[in-house]
Design a protein around this ligand. Structure first.
Ligand SMILES: Nc1nc2c(c(=O)[nH]1)N(C=O)[C@@H](CNc1ccc(C(=O)N[C@@H](CCC(=O)O)C(=O)O)cc1)CN2
Ligand SMILES: Nc1nc2c(ncn2[C@@H]2O[C@H](COP(=O)(O)OP(=O)(O)OP(=O)(O)O)[C@@H](O)[C@H]2O)c(=O)[nH]1
Ligand SMILES: [Mg+2]
Length: 440
């Protein structure tokens, strides 16, 4: 896909966020950029040099005075001629400029993700790089940002292209062996080292796939579920963690019925904390549904925090869940904290809260992909990685002939090629680029 392709339309969009803003940037990309700048900014600046210009409408009346940047293709984000207008971020300034652009021949408003899509078609980035840019823009926590940046800088692209080279090399060696086999004297078999490398590759791909769960925890959040008997102090803890009144707190046991979830940023990790109904056997229909939901949430948790009021009833029939569990004694301000193992906290005074938060953050980080690790970021990628590994494994099975085994290796390489977009991905592009916002 290398080389610049020629799209008939030149596209433009506001690439910065909500208006009004201090400065708003409008991006333009395509073959009509230079004539558009002639009309709109009275000329085309030297490439990559910011110049201050009057921005004019179709009638030649000034809209604003702003900075104009020109990038000459292929040395631009999209690989096409690009321009940026850095305007004052007023609604009317922006709408008048967008209207002036729309009136120019060959120009139209960009669709979501269309700049990045052109960057991909023009060979500036591969599909994993495009997906990583979407993640970088969506990143809210430090760990999300680091993971997205590693892939935006080509972490996955390099890993998969290395694997494709190994597959190609293996196929070449097998082809050579097939050719020699026609001749009278067959040289010493090369296949020993080839198959050893393919076995190692299957293992590496498997390990890489296993990293997906850790990547999901970074992207979607580490799920912490608060469970305990009614009145144990779960909702009070949730409110203290969220630093706002998310859940209703009363001294009536059985106050919380539904799941209440908040997203927190703990030490750079996205953590989803869910408050639940106090667990007890009850004849109240609504409360019983709440208890069922609590137990289901615990079953899905990455970490269960079990709250116990030392003066209260202990949760009967705690149910069982597989998630790691920590015990926390509540209402420590009242004294009487027992010598049991586990932490003591007070949501009321803050006793033990810093320690509890540090412990949750420590566990979240432990379950998350390590900083800078190259991990798959999408189910789409994982499915193709699984297909790739399964073809490598088929190739490793002896029974069938060398030709068929080489064919399995070709299929394995094709699966990798679909991840990066090197082959046959037209059907995927709509899905991938629809994730983006307009202007990206
Ligand atoms: N004002 C502005 N800021 C921005 C962007 C932008 O488009 N405009 N970006 C948009 O996403 C990001 C930066 N990404 C960019 C990626 C490549 C090129 C570019 O001109 N690439 C050329 C030249 C490379 C070079 O000089 O090293 C190329 O790849 O050939 C520009 C921005 C973030 N900040
Ligand atoms: N003194 C003191 N009281 C607390 C503390 N945490 C909670 N309480 C009180 O304990 C009672 C129950 O608190 P909640 O947070 O609603 O308990 P819950 O576990 O959510 O209860 P359910 O929703 O009924 O399951 C309320 O009266 C709270 O004010 C604390 O740290 N110290
Ligand atoms: Mg509650």
């Amino acid at each position: 896909m290398a080389g610049q392709s020629h799209f008939p339309d030149t596209i433009f969009a506001l690439s910065t966020g909500g208006l009004p803003s201090g400065v708003a940037v409008i991006r333009i990309s395509g073959q009509h950029v230079a004539p558009a700048l002639e009309g709109l900014a009275g000329g085309v600046p030297a490439p990559r040099r910011a110049v201050l210009r009057r921005i004019l409408d179709a009638a030649g009346a000034p809209i604003d005075r702003g900075l104009v940047l020109f990038f000459q293709g292929p040395e631009s984000f999209t690989g096409e001629d690009c321009a940026e207008l850095h305007l004052h971020g007023g609604r009317s300034v922006v709408s008048a400029t967008l209207a002036a652009l729309a009136a120019l021949p060959g120009l139209r408003a960009a669709e979501a993700g269309e700049f990045t899509r052109r960057a991909f078609i023009n060979g500036k980035i591969d599909l994993t790089g495009a997906e990583a840019l979407a993640d970088l823009i969506a990143a809210e926590t430090e760990t999300q940002r680091r993971m997205a940046l590693a892939n935006a800088e080509g972490g996955q692209a390099q890993l998969y292209s290395g694997w494709r080279h190994r597959l190609l090399h293996a196929r070449a060696m097998i082809e050579a062996e097939l050719d020699f086999a026609d001749e009278a004297d067959v040289p010493g078999s090369v296949s020993g080292t080839v198959w050893a490398d393919m076995a190692a590759l299957a293992q590496e791909i498997g390990n890489h796939i296993d990293g997906y769960r850790a990547a999901e925890i970074v992207r979607d959040g580490f799920r912490v579920v608060l469970v305990g008997a009614p009145n144990a102090g779960k909702s009070s803890l949730l409110n203290a963690l969220a630093r706002r009144d998310v859940a209703i707190v009363t001294d009536v046991p059985g106050t919380t019925r539904d799941l209440v979830e908040v997203a927190l940023d703990l030490d750079g990790m996205k953590v989803l904390v869910t408050d639940t109904a106090g667990i007890r056997s009850t004849s109240d229909v609504v409360e019983r549904i709440g208890v069922d939901r609590a137990l289901e949430a615990a079953a899905r948790a990455d970490l269960v925090v079990q709250l116990i009021d030392p003066a209260g009833e202990v949760a009967q029939a705690c149910g069982d869940w597989d998630a790691p569990t920590i015990r926390v004694w509540t209402k420590a301000d009242k004294g009487g904290t027992p010598e049991h193992e586990g932490q003591a906290i007070s949501a009321l005074t803050g006793i033990g809260m810093a320690e509890l938060i540090a412990e949750i953050a420590r566990r979240a980080r432990g379950a998350a992909a390590p900083a800078g690790a190259t991990v798959p970021s999408r189910l789409r990628q994982v499915e193709l990685l699984r297909a790739c590994r399964s073809h490598v494994k088929s190739a490793l099975r002896d029974g069938h002939g060398l030709e068929l085994r080489a064919e399995e290796l070709r299929l394995a390489g094709d699966a990798l090629g679909r991840i990066t977009g090197a082959i046959d991905v037209e059907d995927l592009l709509g899905v991938i680029f629809s994730e983006f916002c307009i202007g990206k």
